[in-house]
Design a protein around this ligand. Structure first.
Ligand SMILES: NC(=O)c1ccc[n+]([C@@H]2O[C@H](COP(=O)([O-])OP(=O)(O)OC[C@H]3O[C@@H](n4cnc5c(N)ncnc54)[C@H](OP(=O)(O)O)[C@@H]3O)[C@@H](O)[C@H]2O)c1
Length: 287
């Protein structure tokens, strides 16, 4: 590594959010001065990423020793892997000189795009909306959390990924100016929706595609919450009230461009993309 290069470690580079961050890092005007290393679980994906000039280490965040070594060589770590992986977070933090900047996502929507998606090495799908769509395929009718009255904030994947780069640029330009630690929490949202409105909007493309006769969502039972979210508790959490304002992000100059209208308008694309995957799997299983 040349002394003029900034060593950067990225965790979760093949993920929906992480891949969108990595593609932006590689397109950054100063990209030539970055030395990016990605910890990747798949040998094939690691090899593919090397073609983009990304150094790769094959392994998992479960290997805390490996992670500590990688983190100790990096000046900047993008951790876009599990938000609940405490040992992995501590492996960045152990030596006590870490400045942490925590990006707190709301519901991230839209299909990710870019070179890694095109090559099939990045997950293009988010969590909540695809989860509701897949559940609707299974039960033949769109479901919703509770009566659908509670509210969540949302943000488009491109706007969410752009914030990482805006924060990165701000920290590189003047770290003293950007709050970190307790002051370094950045909520991400550009609008709110009720779960009813979201489920109802998913119901529309379902009826159009002939997958359901009725677009009116029905409440997911406890058994269905276990089946589709893993537990009743997780299901209740997902259908809860979550409200925030992205004041700190906007204070950095972040200007999200996509709104809830984009989220609702593009649901049919996501329904057909997921339907294609389900049908291809069914066809493979039957041959
Ligand atoms: N998407 C949302 O709407 C949303 C909203 C709020 C919070 N979040 C949080 O943001 C984080 C990233 O979300 P995402 O949607 O980008 O998830 P994702 O598409 O599933 O990506 C997860 C990434 O982490 C990698 N990974 C998982 N476990 C790993 C391990 N043990 N060692 C090394 N790499 C590992 C995956 O690698 P593989 O390719 O090997 O699987 C993948 O690159 C998650 O913690 C999620 O809970 C997401």
């Amino acid at each position: 590594m040349s002394s003029t290069h900034i060593p950067i470690l990225i965790l979760g580079a093949t993920g929906y959010i992480g891949g969108s961050v990595l593609s932006r890092l590689l397109a950054h005007s100063d990209a030539k001065s970055f030395e990016i290393t990605a910890l990747i679980r798949s040998v094939e994906k690691a090899e593919c990423l090397r073609g983009f000039g990304v150094k790769t280490v094959v392994g998992s965040t479960d290997d805390v020793e490996k992670l500590e070594t990688l983190a100790s060589h990096a000046h900047i770590v993008f951790s876009v892997v599990s938000t609940d992986d405490l040992p992995a977070i501590q492996a960045a933090d152990k030596q006590g000189y870490l400045k942490s900047y925590i990006i707190l996502h709301s519901l991230v929507y839209g299909m990710a795009s870019g070179p890694f998606v095109d090559l099939g090495i990045q997950n293009p799908f988010s969590m909540q909306i695809p989860g509701l769509i897949m559940a609707a395929f299974d039960r033949g009718h769109v479901g919703m959390f509770g009566k659908g009255l509670l509210i969540w904030p949302s943000v488009h994947i491109d706007d969410a990924a752009n914030l990482y780069l805006i924060l990165f640029d701000a920290v590189l330009a003047n770290p003293e100016k950007v709050g970190h630690g307790r002051e370094g929490y950045f909520f991400v949202e550009n609008g709110e929706h009720t779960w009813y409105d979201l489920s109802k909007a998913i119901g529309g493309p379902f009826v159009k595609a002939g997958l359901s006769k009725d677009s009116e969502p029905t409440t997911l039972t406890d058994e269905e919450l276990i089946k589709y979210t893993g537990s009743v508790e997780i299901g209740h959490k997902m259908g809860s009230n979550v409200r925030c304002h992205a004041n700190c992000a906007r204070g950095l100059g972040w200007k999200p461009t996509k709104t809830n209208k984009d989220m609702f308008d593009n649901l049919s694309l996501e329904v057909s993309a997921l339907l294609n995957i389900v049908q291809a799997k069914q066809q493979k299983a039957s041959t």
